[in-house]
Design a protein around this ligand. Structure first.
Ligand code: ATP
Ligand code: MG
Length: 398
């Protein structure tokens, strides 16, 4: 069985843009397996086929595919002729080591001119397997589903399906700039935007040399992990400690968190525009902490002209943690660090900052100078997966 059949999210990919989505997905799959022995990746009516070379390991290829957004599921598959006997024989040959409690055959015809209808093929091939192996048929809840897909000049067959990550192909949703702290929430927020097809640019604020480099290290680890899903990431490390020090000198304690956040958004927005990103993304959640009230979010968000997207806004902490664990960011996020939020942060931030008060406080700061200085001094790091691959989802804007 030298093929892998990849199915994409049918519903999401309907409509006029479908061919474009599919070509994007094919390009992303190619990039994701670029360093493995995969001979070809090509679209075949309604599915994508990867052809494995002799040294490719399916488990490794599957792991790569399971990080490519837009994939609904994949299966290791064999090719056979289209007659009932050819299909049944090929299946029986490759099922030698299988001994399922029960099974069924499930057929899809990509070629609707095929003389038999799907249920008939299921019955016929299923009957031959049952006769040869004595397996029990269970149509409703089979231990093994033998899949058959009949195309124009051959059939695919496979045993079960491995679930993909869903979502939309990276690069199909445009570019966004994600504010990535070392916390639990923002990596999940970033991942959710990536899942919707966005190429995520990462912006991390640190307080080195006021605090240790630990938060930068976490941001790098998170960037490396998230890069498995988009294959290429750009991480901006922005020094924020000196800005915080200046805020402390002139801004009343209660307003500082809101002023920090507005400065972060201003800086991130400038980087975003410079990089062709169309929105800012944060991990804010309504009511999660004192600074994340509706009032504060609106005062914070109003400083940006780009839309500020908050994909986690309505989620419970529990739900976010569960998602972080599934993605693998949780373990990195809970490592203690010295986040810049801990530096110069008051115990009791205002829960309802008023815009006029915030503007008055900011009036005492050299805002433009601070923002321009931070952007100019930002350090940029590139991440790629697999290590030497070409960027996926990166059009000509690279
Ligand atoms: P997180 O777990 O993402 O840090 P949080 O619940 O700790 O979120 P806050 O610290 O109030 O929330 O931060 C709100 C959002 O602001 C974060 O989700 C993130 O998008 C952004 N943010 C906060 N600190 C930083 C930072 N040091 N670098 C980049 N973005 C940050
Ligand atoms: Mg935080």
């Amino acid at each position: 069985m030298n093929s892998v059949v990849v199915h994409y999210q049918e519903v999401a990919l309907k409509g006029k843009n479908r061919p474009w989505f599919i070509s994007r997905l094919v390009a992303n799959l190619r990039a994701a397996v670029a360093d493995l022995d995969v001979r070809s990746v090509r679209p075949l009516v309604g599915r994508i086929e990867l052809t494995l070379g002799p040294t490719a390991k399916y488990d490794e290829v599957r792991d790569r595919i399971q990080h490519v957004f837009g994939v609904a599921n994949c299966s290791r598959a064999g090719r056979s002729g289209r007659s009932l006997d050819e299909m049944a024989q090929a299946i029986l040959a490759d099922a030698r080591d299988l001994e399922p409690e029960s099974f069924r055959v499930s057929v899809r015809r990509a070629d609707k001119r095929y003389p038999l209808r799907s249920p008939e093929v299921e019955r016929e091939v299923g009957g031959r397997i049952k006769q040869a192996r004595g397996w029990k048929v269970n149509l409703d809840n089979p231990a093994l589903t033998v899949g058959i897909e009949i195309l124009n000049d051959h059939a695919f067959y496979f045993f079960g399906k491995d679930k993909g990550p869903g979502g939309l192909p990276t690069g199909s949703g445009g570019r966004v700039a994600c504010l990535l702290s070392g916390g639990i929430d923002s990596p999940v927020a970033t991942w959710r935007m990536m899942k919707r097809g966005c190429q995520a640019l990462l912006v991390h604020f640190h307080s080195y040399p006021f605090l240790s480099r630990a938060s930068q290290e976490k941001a790098r680890e998170l960037a490396a992990l998230l890069t498995r899903y988009q294959l290429h990431s750009r991480l901006f490390l922005v020094a924020f400690g000196e800005i915080q020090r200046q805020v402390v000198l002139s801004v009343p304690a209660a307003l500082r968190v809101v002023v920090y956040r507005r400065l972060m958004l201003r800086i991130a927005e400038r980087i975003a525009k410079d990089q062709g990103a169309g929105a800012l993304v944060t991990g804010e959640v309504i009511g999660q902490v004192a600074s994340q009230t509706l009032e504060n979010m609106s005062v914070i968000g109003s400083v940006a002209s780009l839309p500020v997207l908050r994909p986690l806004v309505g989620m419970d902490k529990e739900e976010i943690v569960a998602q972080a664990e599934r993605i693998g960011t949780y373990e990195i996020s809970i490592v203690p660090d010295q986040d810049c939020c801990q530096l110069f942060t008051p115990k009791h931030p205002a829960t309802r900052a008023r815009l006029d008060e915030v503007l008055a406080a900011e009036g005492l700061l050299p805002v433009e100078e601070l923002v321009a200085g931070a952007v100019a001094a930002a350090e940029v790091e590139e991440f790629a997966f697999p290590a030497a691959a070409t960027p996926a989802g990166e059009g000509t804007r690279g």
